[in-house]
Design a protein around this ligand. Structure first.
Ligand SMILES: Cc1cc2nc3c(=O)[nH]c(=O)nc-3n(C[C@H](O)[C@H](O)[C@H](O)COP(=O)(O)OP(=O)(O)OC[C@H]3O[C@@H](n4cnc5c(N)ncnc54)[C@H](O)[C@@H]3O)c2cc1C
Length: 413
């Protein structure tokens, strides 16, 4: 189906409204895959839904037509998201596959990578994930020690990654590795596009405190990669990673044009404080209403900041590092939501049916992931550092390894 480039936003919106009503089922609010052992059916369903969107001409709205998208502006995506509220959508594919990985490839990938990987993602055939953090630590990303060495006309990858969201369901991973140990830490890195079924790659799922197994760890033992798997230039992986981090902060903060549908992060929509208040019958309590007012004020500020900051970054009046403000606020909203949920539910937080949205026990499960929001996409402390150094012009953090060949940098055991 070919998109008419001159179709107005309102005509597109009306067409989307009719198509959604005729094609997609209404969303059933049920608990996320997070709490179940095997959620492969959720991913299969997401791929199916993505194919349906593609066949209906509503997939990859902001991706260029040459890579399988519709080549339309953000206002069209916004209209589709508004109209699609309440319908079942492939939300699992938004982050990291579309909003982070495909967005990064679009800016930094080769023509072949863009045509093949972005095209396949939009058609619902493939999913991508991020392989950045390592067991030795994630905040100092440029200090990573997974290595890729040249071998014939390709590369050999060795090392380990961790905290890779939904890697078990993905086909490809964007993997940052060290390719030059004599260069300073930011300059000796290269980004690779790694097939997750490559021989020598072992993947384990990590069980979290809330029962979810959405994170994975990967071990690379002599994984062979063709030269065509390099994203960007050899030795310039930091440029690619920086764009990836920008897209991650925008996606996590709620400001990405590549997110289709209202909820951006998996289906783990833990109960908002007002849902908890209704579930425990406290929505008439004056004190609880005051707490809910506090939450409403912060979420309103969050929403308006997302629009203002994303618009300013697109217009070039704020630097890309401003996405850290969205990332920071996202964590603040998540913390307040989890804290109020716990407070409003009271002792009921540990009882009741934890598996059904809107019931008391569910707030307790949500609380267990409270800290996740201030770590994923780079920690809150790192976001504050970026805001202070790159936006407010405050002095840079002391870095004894700056400009030092990585081989000579002192590291832990
Ligand atoms: C929900 C979620 C999803 C994630 N998804 C992915 C993924 O898909 N792929 C992936 O590669 N990784 C992923 N991660 C990992 C994430 O990127 C890391 O958790 C994050 O970068 C922090 O790294 P770390 O956990 O190793 O903590 P560390 O880097 O060990 O930091 C520990 C603590 O020290 C603080 N700290 C560290 N350095 C400084 C500093 N210079 N100044 C002040 N404080 C500092 C940190 O803020 C943190 O509180 C995810 C994490 C979460 C929670």
């Amino acid at each position: 189906m070919t998109q008419d480039p001159n179709e107005s936003v309102e005509a597109f919106r009306a067409r989307a409204r009719d198509w959604l009503a005729a094609t997609l089922p209404r969303r059933l609010d049920r608990v996320a895959a997070d709490t179940v052992e095997d959620d492969s059916h959720e991913w299969e369903r997401a791929r199916e839904l993505q194919k349906t969107l593609y066949e209906g001409g509503f997939a990859g709205i902001c991706f260029p037509t040459e890579y399988g998208g519709l080549g339309l502006g953000e206002e069209y995506q916004k209209a589709f998201t508004e109209e699609s509220e309440g319908y079942e959508l492939p939300l699992l594919l938004n982050v990291p596959s579309f909003a982070i990985c495909a967005a990064t490839l679009l800016e930094t990938g080769s023509e072949e990578q863009k045509r093949e990987r972005i095209g396949a993602a939009i058609r619902g055939e493939e999913i991508m994930c991020q392989l950045l953090s390592e067991p030795s630590g994630g905040s100092d990303l440029a200090g990573l020690i997974t290595r890729a060495e040249p071998d014939g006309d390709g590369w050999v990858l060795n090392g380990a990654k961790t905290w890779s969201t939904s890697a078990y369901a993905a086909d490809w991973g964007l993997c940052l590795a060290r390719t030059d140990w004599d260069a300073p830490k930011h300059q000796g890195l290269t980004m690779f596009l790694v097939p997750l079924d490559a021989p020598g790659l072992t993947m384990n799922r990590v069980r979290m405190v809330n029962g979810s197994r959405e994170f994975c760890e990967e071990f690379f033992d002599d994984v062979r990669l063709p030269h065509s798997s390099v994203v960007g230039e050899v030795g310039d992986g930091w440029t690619v990673a920086s764009r990836q981090l920008f897209h991650e902060r925008s996606a996590v903060g709620g400001g990405s044009p590549y997110i289709s549908g209202r909820r951006s992060v998996r289906t783990r929509s833990y109960p908002a404080p007002d849902q908890v208040a209704r579930a425990v019958g406290a929505d008439d309590d004056p004190f609880v209403r005051e707490l809910l007012g506090e939450y409403l004020a912060l979420t309103t500020v969050h929403q308006q900041t997302v629009e203002r900051v994303s618009g300013a970054i697109t217009a070039g009046t704020l630097p890309p590092s401003a996405s850290s403000m969205l990332r920071l606020l996202h964590a603040e909203v998540g913390h307040l939501s989890a804290d109020l949920g716990l407070r409003i539910a009271g002792s009921a937080v540990a009882t009741g049916d934890g598996g059904t949205p809107g019931t008391e026990g569910w707030a307790g499960i949500g609380y267990l992931m409270r800290q996740g929001g201030s770590l994923g996409g780079g920690s809150t402390e790192i976001a504050r550092n970026i805001i202070s150094e790159r936006m407010l012009g405050m002095p840079r953090e002391h870095a004894p390894d700056r400009g030092v060949p990585f081989r000579e940098v002192r590291r832990g055991n």
